[in-house]
Design a protein around this ligand. Structure first.
Ligand code: COA
Length: 149
């Protein structure tokens, strides 16, 4: 439960890395090497696009802690949303929506006209969350190809 208002800011590798890794491990339970949190962070930082954000809570006991993340991408044609995560103890208070709105504002500021995102089958909670934030299911076939194994 949030004890103080949270703030959303750009990810800082020196300050936020360990807590983001911990949050992603607990929320996403990654099981494939290419999804390892540390690797995902390093690859994102390597593109220098400033589209990686964290939500911070100033806890009286713990100090400032990372309680949410969102990663966005923009290739000049479409925007994408990834790694949308809120600490279970902080859910249900609008924080996910705030993070998403922040990413949307940053994408819009870069001229992005439309955002796409993917939700795994069976993640009805995430689908409901995105629908509550104005996203609609579009009839598309999602395809992918691994360039590295
Ligand atoms: C999805 C997630 C980011 C939502 O974070 P949150 O801070 O709880 O979201 P919000 O409080 O902003 O929710 C906004 C609205 O979304 C909908 N919503 C959010 N969580 C929901 C859930 N578990 N079930 C159904 N609807 C939900 C509700 O309409 C909610 O409004 P309400 O609280 O007035 O009913 C969070 O549950 C999470 O981290 N989940 C695990 C990771 C994940 O699945 N990420 C998406 C990957 S595709």
């Amino acid at each position: 439960m949030p004890t103080t208002p949270t703030t959303i800011t750009t990810y800082d590798n020196d300050t936020h890395r360990d807590e983001v890794v911990q949050l992603w491990r607990s929320v996403f339970g990654y099981d494939t090497p290419h999804n390892a949190p540390a690797l995902a962070i390093d690859r994102k930082l390597a593109v220098y696009d400033g589209l990686f954000f964290v939500a911070l809570n100033d806890d009286a006991v713990l100090g400032t802690v990372v309680v949410g993340t969102v990663m966005a991408g923009y290739d000049g044609h479409r925007g994408w949303i990834y790694s949308m995560a809120v600490d279970p103890n902080y859910r249900g208070h609008g924080l996910g929506s705030e993070l998403l709105a922040h990413a949307e504002e940053q994408l819009a500021g870069r001229g992005c006209l439309k955002i796409n995102l993917q939700v795994l089958p069976g993640n009805g909670n995430a689908q409901a969350f995105y629908e509550a934030n104005g996203y609609v299911v579009e009839e598309r076939i999602s395809m992918g190809k691994r360039l590295f194994t």
